[in-house]
Each structure stands twice: as structure tokens, then as C-alpha cells.
Write a protein that binds this ligand. Structure first.
Ligand code: COA
Length: 326
């Protein structure tokens, strides 16, 4: 028997304000077009946090939804990990804010900085801590407010991002140690800091003393994306003795429809087997995978027993994959 981190609940939260490409352009005086944005990225809409909503508010709402899905009282949560690059403040951790807001138990609470790969990193750390006996019920949350860190004079990046949060509750269970087990089967994490400058927030508390804005060399990032994502998914499948044919659902990080479709093709998946939210959410960084999980679980697409492959790449560079059976 082995410990398995079961996905006991999923939840998401999107701020009520939803802007179309044309509405975004008008609001910020951008020289762009709905056709350019849709053609290059597949994005039609994004949600925007209200002025009084911080990352921890979005995260707490997603956490409450995940707990309701699992039927677990918040007091029984003994660990919270928030993946975010738009934390409420340098400290306390956004996770500690969430702990107070939802009334979770006095277990650990900390943030992870791995940009768009943050949720996969969070799953990996949570599972390792559960195996070590530190917690039985861990919330792993991705929460971002990127509309606060994009440069609204840079039309090449500001149109790509949106705000939101997604959460999963991991609960300790048992498995036989085979790829038929329910729960997280594996996580594979990578980073290559030599490419740190192609996707970064310029500045921060420890360098410039302020909060900088997001900068991205889009073509460079694109060049790394498909090859690294395909390699890290194949690495994960091989580690579990699985093949492309075993995948029920691909739940990719939602940055760009072109990258998502290229990944679906590489894995020989029918388009209906790839969960897509980028058209309505844009890129919500660490929140995009748990938001997509919550949507596909909530509408009944992902069923108990289904094998789900998750993958992401982001600033760092960081990239990674996770395989879970629901
Ligand atoms: N509206 C209209 N035109 C725009 C525009 C916008 N919002 N943004 C850029 N352009 C223009 C540029 O000014 C440029 O014009 P020029 O040829 O006259 O100089 C032209 O479009 C091409 O710009 P470029 O930046 O080369 O576009 P691209 O084809 O590389 O597409 C991205 C840009 C961002 C969509 C694309 O590079 C991409 O998706 N990269 C990956 C990004 C990603 O996934 N990041 C997140 C990973 S976590």
C-alpha cells in the first residue's frame, strides 16, 4: 500500500467583471483588434478583479468552492499552498491570509513562486509533504491578479492575461502503487534560470524596492513552449508506464490556443479531450489549470476514474507536468 494524494474537491472563482477584446481596447486606449487577438491567441474575454479584491480574496473564494465540492469543513484543512506571482504583499504569505479568511486549521501555509507552472509545483510539494506525514488535507490554490502587473502601454502582452483563482483539495488516501490508483500518480518539475529574462516581472522588493511590470519576449517563449511541454508529458507517461492512448483529458496551462492545440496534436488527442478555457479566461497564470479542472469537473466532463494529464510552462523558465486519476 502507498499513500496517494486524492483530488477530493475542485473549485474556481472568477471576478464578475468580464471584458471582451473590444471592451479592453476601449478601456485602455489600445491600438489592437479583436481579430488580431483571437487569431494569435484564441482569447475572446478575460475577467478583471474589482479594485478591492486582492489575490487572497480570489483564492479564498476558490478554496471555499473546493471544500464545498469535497464536503470537508475548513477546520480540517491542515495545509495551504498558494501558487501566485501577484501576492497581496511580500509577507505574510497569501496562503496565510487565505487560512484566516476561510477558517482553516493551524497547519502550514506558504506561497510558491513558479509563475504559470506554480500550480504543478504546488501539487508536487503538497504531495511530498503529505507523504512525509505533515498533513492529511491540503489546499493547493493558484490565484492571480495579472491585470495589476501588465504594462497597459504594451499591447503585445497586456491583452493576454486575466484574473482568477482555482483550488483543489488533496486528501490522503491509499493506493496499490499502480497506475490504476486514484490520486496523483506523479509530478515532474523543471527549471532553467538561464532563460529568466524572456518572461519576468521587472523589479521587486529585493532589487528595485518596488513592484515592477510584466515583460515578455513572446516569440522566444513560444519557441520553448511546445518542445518542453511535449517532453515533460512524455517523461511523465513513461514514468507511469502509460501511453498517449491512456489519456482521458489534457488540462494544459491556458496561455495560447495555438500552443494548446499543438500539444493536443502531439499527444494524438481528439480536440474534445483537451480542456480549453483560454478563450474566456485568457492567461490566468498559476490559476489556469485549477480553474480548468473546476470547470471540467463541475460540468461532468472529468469523471471518477478518468486519467488527467496537466502541463505548464512559465517564467523562470519553469515547466512541469502532473498526472492524476480522479
Ligand atoms: N494588437 C495588434 N497588433 C499587435 C498586438 C496587438 N495586441 N501585439 C503585437 N502586435 C503587432 C506587433 O507590433 C508586430 O507588428 P510589426 O510586425 O508591425 O512590428 C506584430 O503584431 C507581430 O508582433 P509579435 O510580437 O512578433 O507577434 P507574435 O506573432 O509573436 O504573437 C504572441 C505575439 C504574444 C501572441 C505570441 O508570441 C505568443 O503567443 N507567445 C507565447 C506567449 C505565451 O504563451 N506566454 C505565456 C507563457 S506562460
Amino acid at each position: 500500500m502507498v499513500m496517494r494524494a486524492l483530488i477530493a474537491g475542485c473549485g474556481g472563482y472568477l471576478p464578475p467583471l468580464r471584458l471582451s477584446n473590444d471592451e479592453l481596447a476601449a478601456r485602455h486606449g489600445l491600438e489592437t483588434s479583436d481579430a488580431w487577438i483571437q487569431d494569435r491567441t484564441g482569447i475572446k474575454f478575460r475577467h478583471v478583479a474589482a479594485p478591492d479584491e486582492a489575490a487572497s480574496d480570489l483564492a479564498a473564494a476558490a478554496a471555499r468552492a473546493a471544500l464545498a465540492d469535497a464536503g470537508l469543513p475548513a477546520a480540517q484543512v491542515d495545509g495551504i499552498i498558494v501558487a501566485t506571482t501577484t501576492p497581496d504583499s511580500g509577507f505574510p504569505a497569501t496562503a496565510a491570509r487565505v487560512q484566516a479568511k476561510i477558517g482553516a486549521g493551524p497547519g502550514f501555509a506558504f506561497d510558491i513562486t513558479a509563475a504559470c507552472t506554480g500550480f504543478i509545483y504546488g501539487l508536487s510539494v503538497a504531495e511530498a509533504m503529505m507523504r512525509a506525514g505533515h498533513a492529511r488535507h491540503v489546499l493547493v490554490i493558484g490565484a492571480e491578479v495579472y491585470t495589476r502587473i501588465v504594462d497597459w502601454t504594451d499591447r503585445g502582452t497586456c491583452v493576454l492575461f486575466g484574473d482568477g483563482a482555482g483550488a483543489v483539495l488533496l486528501s490522503a488516501g491509499e493506493g496499490a502503487g499502480s497506475n490504476k490508483d486514484r490520486g496523483l500518480l506523479s509530478t515532474h518539475l523543471h527549471a532553467d534560470g538561464r532563460h529568466g529574462d524572456i518572461l519576468a516581472i521587472e523589479g521587486g522588493a529585493g532589487s528595485t524596492g518596488g513592484t515592477g511590470l510584466l515583460r515578455m519576449a513572446g516569440k522566444e517563449v513560444f519557441r520553448h513552449a511546445v518542445s518542453k511541454l511535449a517532453a515533460v508529458v512524455d517523461e511523465a507517461l513513461a514514468a507511469n508506464g502509460l501511453t498517449h492512448a491512456d489519456i482521458d483529458w489534457l488540462v494544459p496551462h491556458q496561455a495560447n490556443l495555438r500552443i494548446i492545440e499543438a500539444m493536443g496534436k502531439k499527444l494524438n488527442l481528439q480536440p474534445g479531450r483537451v480542456v480549453v478555457t483560454v478563450d474566456r479566461h485568457a492567461n490566468t497564470s498559476a490559476a489556469s489549470i485549477p480553474l480548468a479542472l473546476a470547470e471540467a469537473r463541475g460540468d461532468g466532463r472529468i469523471k471518477n476514474g478518468d486519467l488527467v494529464v496537466m502541463e505548464a510552462i512559465g517564467g523562470g523558465l519553469t515547466w512541469g507536468s502532473a498526472i492524476a486519476r480522479f
